[in-house]
Design a protein around this ligand. Structure first.
Ligand code: ATP
Ligand code: MG
Length: 330
């Protein structure tokens, strides 16, 4: 059995289609044959200033959505990052082994700090990938299922793990990113050249799993399309239509070519409605299940605490080896 680890930030009420197709759908599949650990990374979410009550609610909403999408707490270990103190503890050790320039080369930091402006950029955003490396290395993960935007962070994780193993002792397993190429970058419907993101300035191009069917139809209907009227996959000259084709294909289970053929003599309008339909028929039950789970927050917390105990066992074992290897007198 392989060890799988991944996480998602509770920075928004709802996950979006990119999270769903690029990451979480894989998580559900991987829990079947592997020893999978999945966490709601609430510490990472602190890089965005949030009302405390809202953060707490979003952490539960995140866990509820993960279960609604198919994560089974009896098959995988589902937990909240802050329930396992070893994440911060290992992060500090790794920070002391990371070059300043090395961290500065992370493109997510460059993008996000540019958007926020220097005044609003906190040090946590800078050290974010190192905390993420700790999340992964603590569990001796083999596979990390993520979207394309995380490739560089997983590369840093591998470098730090190898660096530690070479400098001190072979403590860490060196993980690999598991990225499904076709689904790893779902783009914003209003700006089809950039990725759909929780921290987008406007949600009008972001399909949220918890949006109502009407809102989803509206967002698809008003999505930016390209010149011409052919429904053909061409990332360069037709990024909008290509993105919609990817989404349709992921939900309908048909190949891109099959979808192109199906809509060969239809217009953009019909196609957009059809995309909304396939998406809504899969998301409607997920929305209902999420709402049902949210009616019993105490039960959700109970599930997450059980996961947290299991995670703590694995994580504290690794941390002890790390502390011994670097010469802390524990
Ligand atoms: P933010 O923009 O604030 O970082 P996010 O939308 O990237 O938020 P995360 O919680 O950072 O959400 O990422 C969770 C997972 O979803 C990661 O594995 C990430 O690679 C994946 N992911 C995020 N956006 C997309 C996307 N547009 N397409 C495919 N996968 C994505
Ligand atoms: Mg992200």
């Amino acid at each position: 059995k392989k060890r799988v680890l991944s996480g998602i930030q509770p920075t928004h009420d709802s996950f979006h289609l990119g999270n769903y197709l690029g990451a979480i759908k894989q998580w559900a599949q991987l829990q079947e044959e592997n020893d999978a650990f999945y966490c709601v990374v609430d510490l990472h979410a602190l890089t965005v200033e949030t009302d405390p009550k809202l953060l707490q609610k979003r952490t539960l909403l995140s866990a509820a959505q993960l279960i609604a999408i198919g994560l089974d707490p009896n098959k995988c270990t589902l937990f909240i990052q802050s329930h396992v103190p070893a994440h911060n503890q290992l992060a500090w050790v790794l920070e002391c082994m990371t070059g300043f320039g090395e961290a500065g080369r992370m493109t997510q930091f460059k993008d996000k700090s540019q958007k926020g402006g220097a005044d609003r950029t906190n040090v946590g955003l800078f050290t974010y990938p190192i905390l993420q490396a700790a999340d992964i290395l603590l569990y001796q993960a083999d596979l990390v299922p993520v979207g394309e935007d995380q490739r560089q962070h997983i590369e840093l994780t591998r470098d730090l793990g190898q660096r530690f193993n070479n400098r001190y002792l072979e403590v860490f397993n060196i993980p690999q990113a598991q990225i499904i190429k076709a689904l790893a970058k779902i783009n914003d419907l209003q700006d089809p050249n950039s990725k759909m993101s929780k921290s987008a300035a406007s949600m009008s191009g972001v399909i949220e799993l918890l949006d109502s069917s009407d809102v989803i139809l509206k967002k698809f209907k008003s999505s930016v399309t390209d010149a011409g009227k052919e429904i053909k996959y061409d990332e360069k000259s037709k990024p909008g239509i290509s993105n919609l084709l990817t989404i349709h294909s992921a939900f309908s289970g048909k190949s891109i070519t099959e979808v192109e053929n199906e809509f060969a003599d239809k217009g953009y309008g019909d196609f957009k409605t059809a995309v909304a339909d396939v998406v809504n028929s899969e998301l409607a039950p997920i929305r209902e299940k999420t709402a049902t789970l949210m009616q019993d927050p105490a039960e959700l917390m109970r599930i997450l605490e059980i996961g947290g105990e299991k995670a703590n066992q694995v994580a504290s074992e690794t941390l002890k080896k790390v502390y011994e290897a670097i010469g802390l007198a524990i």
